[in-house]
Design a protein around this ligand. Structure first.
Ligand code: S3P
Length: 433
């Protein structure tokens, strides 16, 4: 979490209009940073994520001997260590980033030496047993502190396992594939819900052989990676804030270019369609298995209807649920969220904070252990929002504020920089008042 608490005032808007190209996807940037740091040769990643989280991943690989250079066009060049990280006397700082900590743990488990992964106060509260258990089953030597960070890893040789993830988590899946890349034999990860597949795609991009079935992914160990030149697609989880904002106003007209449209990430487009919006996808292209395109959103002419997000959908939409819940009062029939218990162990307890902040804005909302019921047909009023230092809460309530009566103050607005430092400026550039 960042040190200072910045307040940001959001005024109501009439609609959203404009065309944006967003900074690179956070999930893909993390994986490119780590695999680029591990591979042989110099990789370049245009449109790399500008968020602090991905800077944490770059910082870790740099501390482990990779060379990291920011390019003038905003891209990043990473010269890798050819599969052998240097030891680091200092703890590796993962900041606020669960992705950095969990995936680096997988990558480091076979590396010679001892490594300590640390994070900020929020990250140090997040569950790490979910990676310790399967990595230990592969033979790793990994010690947690009461189930959390700091994590101390003593690198050793690993062997492949066949593992079924008890909770849907792409971070856990990727950590195991990163460990499996260097293990003896084959590692298979099975999942009941198809989580985001950027780990698999990135490994393939760097030249690893990865095989997939409907519900599993396998990698055989002892593979070398080769540097790549790639362009990171715009982050659809960042786009979610603008898409949801546009859906609030019948007169909006929003176009997003160069947006990542990987099918394991694009579920929000289906939900917005279910709410009555019209989503057009144009100019679809593919680069290293990742789909990129232009999205044009025409809002529901008579306002949003309502919907339920549960089961597999909840896992696939996990990062978009705070903003969906935050706009739900403005729908006609409300939004019901279930099977989303994981929201409680994100950067904050997102179920509790969403409920608390919706209530502060005058909404009625019912909280469940695994979700929320937000009735529709409610007019919100401006209030003071507690972001809890959580980037997605700060941004979600900035969107709710656009249709509220009166001004809203977002406390801890600086946390947006964890994933999306340009958020407030871009929002001002498309919000018409
Ligand atoms: C991510 C996976 C999700 C998501 C996070 C990024 C990834 O976390 O919430 O923002 O890049 O793999 P879990 O793996 O904990 O579900």
């Amino acid at each position: 979490m960042l040190e200072t608490m910045t307040e940001r005032i959001i005024k109501p808007a009439r609609n959203l209009s404009g065309s944006l190209r967003l900074p690179g996807d956070k999930s893909i940037s993390h994986r490119y940073a780590m695999l680029g740091g591990f591979a042989e040769g110099t990789s370049t990643f245009a449109n790399f994520s500008t968020g602090a989280d991905c800077a944490s991943s770059l910082g870790c690989v740099q501390a482990l001997g990779a060379k990291v250079d920011w390019l003038e066009d905003g891209g990043v060049a990473v010269t890798g260590t050819g599969g052998a990280f240097a030891s680091s006397a200092e703890p590796l700082d993962c900041g606020n980033s669960g992705s950095t900590m969990r995936m680096m743990a997988g990558l480091l488990s076979t590396q010679a030496g001892e490594f300590t992964l640390v994070g900020d106060a929020s990250l140090s509260r997040r569950p790490m047993e979910r990676i310790r258990k399967p990595l230990m089953a592969m033979g790793a030597n990994l010690v947690l502190t009461d189930g959390h960070a700091p994590i101390v890893i003593r690198g050793t040789s690993l062997f492949g396992i066949d593992y079924t993830t008890p909770i849907p988590s792409a971070q856990v899946k990727t950590a195991l594939l990163f460990a499996g890349l260097q293990a003896e034999g084959t590692t298979t990860v099975r999942e009941s819900v198809r989580t985001r597949d950027h780990g698999e795609l990135a490994l393939r991009a760097f030249g690893a052989e990865v095989t997939r079935t409907v519900d599993s992914v396998s990698i055989t160990g002892k593979q070398q990676l080769k540097a790549i030149d790639s362009i990171v697609p715009g982050d659809i989880s960042s786009a979610a804030f603008f898409l949801c904002a546009a859906a609030l106003f019948p007169e909006s007209n929003l176009v997003l270019d160069g947006l990542g449209l990987n099918p394991t990430r694009a579920t929000l487009l289906d939900v917005l369609t279910a709410l009555g919006a019209t989503v057009a996808v144009l100019d679809l292209e593919e680069k290293y298995g990742e789909l990129v395109g232009t999205v044009q959103l025409n809002p529901p002419p008579k306002g949003m209807g309502g919907t339920t997000v549960s089961g597999a959908l909840a896992a696939q939409l996990i990062d978009e649920l705070p903003v969906l819940a935050a706009i739900a009062p403005y729908s006609r029939n409300g939004i019901r969220i279930r099977d989303a218990k994981e929201l409680r162990v994100k950067e904050s307890d997102r179920i509790a904070l969403v409920a608390q902040n919706l209530r502060a804005m005058g909404a009625e909302v019912e909280e469940f252990e695994d979700g929320l019921d937000v009735p529709g047909g409610q007019q919100l009023h401006g209030a003071q929002i507690d972001s809890g230092g959580d980037h997605r809460i700060a941004m979600a309530f900035s969107i709710a504020a656009l249709r509220a009566e009166g001004e809203t103050s977002i406390l801890g607005a600086e946390s947006a920089a964890i994933s999306f430092p340009e958020f407030f400026d871009l929002l001002e550039s498309v919000a018409e008042r």
